[in-house]
Write a protein of this length. Structure first.
Length: 197
């Protein structure tokens, strides 16, 4: 496709085609002028046809509905996402007053990507010893009673916090590159627990 060709290459295609009047001859002469691979025959023909019809090989302004993403709207979106990176697509689109699809297009133009935080538990010095002790005690219990594993109730669990603490399932932030931040959160919250078998 001619979109990947530089302006100098497109000018050369038009000049060589007007000189030789053959797309295949333009391909053969290409290596005398450029170190790149010769353009495809269809590319040569389409660039010359566009030049004959429009007097230029550049795209003409398109008619139709104007874009909603004006410069002012794009500036507003970038400022909003930079100041509040945890906004969801739905919330951001509603605040700016555009559709979610158009909002996603703007996010892509700015190279914003969604990131989810990795929650890491801060370990104390004695946690390693306590973990080893727990493993050793359970190994001993399993050796004494091999059927013990059948008596353990395994379940799926859903945890609902009573406040708005962050968990990795409902927290996404938008950024152009990954940020490394350490945030401290209270571990023991008011919560309800629901188990289903």
């Amino acid at each position: 496709m001619y979109a990947t060709r530089t302006t100098d290459e497109r000018v050369a295609i038009v000049r060589l085609f007007s000189k030789f009047e053959s797309a295949s001859k333009v391909q053969r002469q290409w290596s005398n002028h450029f170190d790149t691979t010769p353009p495809h025959l269809v590319t040569i023909s389409s660039i010359n046809r566009k030049f004959d019809e429009n007097g230029t090989f550049e795209d003409l302004p398109r008619s139709g509905r104007p874009t909603i993403l004006s410069e002012e709207k794009l500036d507003e979106i970038e400022e909003m996402v930079t100041s509040n990176p945890q906004l969801s697509i739905h919330q951001g689109a509603a605040r700016v007053g555009i559709s979610k699809t158009t909002y996603q297009v703007a996010m892509k133009q700015f190279h914003f990507k969604p990131y989810r935080p990795a929650l890491i538990v801060d370990l104390n010095e004695d946690d390693f010893d306590r973990g080893s002790e727990l493993c050793e005690s359970w190994i001993e219990k399993f050796e004494n009673d091999p059927d013990l594993i059948d008596c353990i109730f395994w379940s799926d669990e859903a945890k609902f916090n009573m406040n708005t603490t962050v968990n990795r399932h409902n927290c996404t932030y938008w950024a152009k590159k990954i940020h490394t931040k350490k945030l401290k959160y209270q571990i023991h919250n008011k919560e309800s627990w629901f188990g289903a078998d």
